[in-house]
Write a protein of this length. Structure first.
Length: 318
């Protein structure tokens, strides 16, 4: 299971020491990040952090403040990140590469922690989702990143909005998720951010649109595995597209859309068999929980995919 959220909060710090404590935490946790509170002497702040594989998500709640990092402090960074700020409330001003952009709720901006930057949070109360993606994961995809830093995304919808929804959903659902599932969520966030940056760069092609739809399909399937009515037609209706668009989006997948649904259900059942927390649940109960309605069919496809009957597999891993 994923580790519980790591929380840093001023709650237990005496009021007169909170501004100093917050500045020290920011400098220590983010390798030299400088923070100030616009001269305010009172301050409350809280940061909770979760991990989706190597993607890091944090929920920041604080009074107004700003942070900056100079170029002299960026070179010793252990793992370079691209960092996203997505306000729930208030606004954020991101400055980098000679640009400054302001984002409000339903928008986001991204910046490079290996270069100097500044982020201003001037509203009395700040609530942001902060997402950190290892820079190499996007740099390896051949996209010129520098022109895309400190730009506004998400306000007009499209794939950038999907990226934002994925990040917010990930924050809500990560607690209690398995490590394997969490890594998959991190991959999905990275993919959607990549597609949003492609779109921002003017490189949104039919291929990237198919990729975006494929990721939407996969996310919907994962969220509705327990629905026995989940099918190609149900997917098309839920996602507002045609069967042909679904098939085109999955043209590079070996088993197609229906095969993907079946494979994910089988993998979910297998993971449940391996989890000792389910030791008292019957095979039938687990199969029904992941959308199977016919036990003879379930046993047949499980054996066909994994080479062993469900009961034998469960006994072997128990």
């Amino acid at each position: 299971m994923t580790a519980p959220a790591r929380i840093v909060t001023t709650e237990a710090v005496p009021a007169r020491e909170r501004v100093r404590a917050w500045a020290e935490w920011m400098e220590r946790l983010f390798q030299g990040l400088k923070s100030d509170t616009y001269g305010d002497t009172g301050f409350d702040g809280r940061v909770a952090t979760l991990h989706a594989g190597d993607v890091v998500l944090s929920r920041l709640e604080a009074n107004r403040h700003r942070v900056r990092r100079s170029a002299s402090l960026t070179h010793g960074e252990r793992l370079p990140y691209l960092k996203i700020v997505a306000p729930y409330a208030g606004c954020a001003g991101v400055g980098q590469q000679g640009r400054e952009t302001w984002v409000t709720p339903d928008q986001w901006s991204i910046y490079d922690t290996t270069d100097s930057y500044a982020v201003a949070n001037p509203t009395p109360r700040v609530e942001h989702l902060i997402v950190m993606i290892p820079k190499q994961r996007l740099a390896d995809r051949g996209l010129a990143l520098d022109p895309l830093m400190a730009r506004r995304l998400g306000g007009s919808g499209g794939v950038a909005r999907l990226a934002l929804e994925t990040m917010r959903s990930a924050w809500r659902e990560l607690p209690g998720m398995s490590d394997t599932a969490a890594r998959g969520v991190g991959d999905a966030i990275t993919q959607f951010v990549h597609l949003a940056l492609l779109d921002l760069a003017g490189e949104g092609t039919a291929l990237t649109q198919r990729e975006a739809l494929r990721e939407r399909i996969k996310r919907h399937v994962q969220q509705h595995l327990g629905d026995a009515r989940l099918s190609v037609d149900a997917l098309a209706l839920a996602l507002g597209c045609s069967r042909r668009q679904l098939y085109n989006a999955f043209s590079e997948e070996p088993d197609g859309v229906a095969g993907y649904i079946l494979r994910q259900r089988l993998l979910a059942c297998r993971a449940a068999f391996e989890d000792r927390a389910n030791a008292q649940r019957s095979i039938t109960d687990i199969a029904l929980a992941f959308g199977f309605t016919n036990m003879a069919h379930f046993s047949r496809v499980f054996r066909g995919r994994l080479g062993v009957a469900p009961s034998d597999y469960r006994r072997a891993v128990g």
